[in-house]
Design a protein around this ligand. Structure first.
Ligand code: AMP
Length: 307
């Protein structure tokens, strides 16, 4: 979609830059850093909601300049997934970002990011092998490749990712560490709708009945701190509870697990901080959600205080 490279945002707000050229984006980033400003980047696929905007705010608290990237990355979608159908709302996204005072939007084309003949890819770290890695074998290779490319083009001081995509955040954090990238990775909390549903660009696919059924993910996750709080340590038992809760509401469960929050490895018992992770289909829409829970049953799943 063609849009103006610079959008005026009113009297007090400086204009937002919109770039699609990787070389210009690299020069812009370096220029800010030479001027003494820290640059924060928020990679997204667009169709922005408050979850994305909370990452922008997190970047803003630490950095003088904030860049948001908008690119629906074809290489992280499987052959039968929703690449073509994925919502694309660039003009609206730019409006939201410009209202927030974002300094630059990088919205490259497919050809800008994957020029003719491009064939180099990144092999993801070990934490990519399980869960999403098993359900979607090509996914994290695509994610790592695009994030590495974006961090080459925008060698930011800070990159903000959401805990919403828990495994993705660990994969990226480990890739950045393993490849000695200079960018710090921040993992930011999940933004939820008032009733607890995790915000997602894919929620627009849900009809009214599906939207109600989608709440079962967060409700099933509630079983994890509840069980641990009751002194139940057996992860198998907690997983059974989650699945039994989900079954009447969802059309397919890809996984509903309680695993180590650093490595995502299976644990027999809750002996350190764990993460409950669910991926399930409501109709044709694949949704996922998670919560981190300490050995004492303390959790970040604070629905009431999140709106
Ligand atoms: P996406 O556009 O879905 O690729 O997401 C871009 C970034 O926004 C990723 O780091 C996501 O984890 C993050 N994100 C997506 N949904 C939420 C949410 N509900 N709360 C916070 N961050 C989110």
């Amino acid at each position: 979609m063609a849009i103006d490279p610079v959008i005026e945002t009113g009297d007090s707000m400086p204009a937002i830059n919109i770039l699609d050229c990787p070389k210009k984006m690299f020069r812009w980033t370096r220029q800010q850093q030479v001027n003494g400003d820290l640059v924060g980047v928020v990679p997204t696929m667009g169709a922005l909601h408050e979850g994305h905007l909370s990452l922008v705010e997190a970047a803003r608290t630490r950095c003088e300049k904030v860049v948001v990237t908008i690119f629906v990355n074809p290489t992280q979608f499987g052959p039968n997934e929703d690449y073509e159908r994925y919502p694309r709302t660039l003009q609206k996204d730019v409006g939201l970002l410009s209202d927030l005072g974002v300094d630059c939007v990088f919205a490259p084309s497919k050809e800008d990011m994957y020029p003719q003949g491009s064939s180099t890819t990144v092999a993801p770290p070990a934490v990519a092998t399980m869960l999403e890695g098993e359900c979607r074998p090509e996914h994290f290779g695509g994610v790592c490749t695009i994030v590495l490319k974006l961090l080459q083009i925008i060698p930011a001081d800070l990159a903000c990712f959401g805990q919403k995509d828990f495994q993705q955040a660990l994969v990226i954090r480990n890739m950045v560490r393993d490849l000695n990238l200079p960018t710090e990775v921040a993992i930011c909390p999940i933004k939820r709708e008032p009733d607890g549903l995790a915000m997602s660009s894919r929620n627009v696919y849900l009809d009214a009945g599906e939207r109600k059924r989608a709440l079962s993910l967060v409700q099933a996750l509630r079983q994890v701190p509840e069980a641990i709080g009751q002194g139940i340590k057996d992860t198998g038992l907690i997983e059974t509870r989650m699945k039994e809760f989900l079954r009447p509401f969802v059309d397919r469960i890809d996984y509903a697990v309680v695993v180590d929050s650093e490595t995502l490895e299976c644990l027999e018992a809750v002996e350190r901080t764990v993460v409950g992770l669910i991926a399930a289909y409501i109709g044709k829409t694949r949704l996922f959600d998670n919560c981190v829970v300490s050995v004492a049953g303390e959790t970040d799943l604070l629905i009431e205080s999140n709106h």
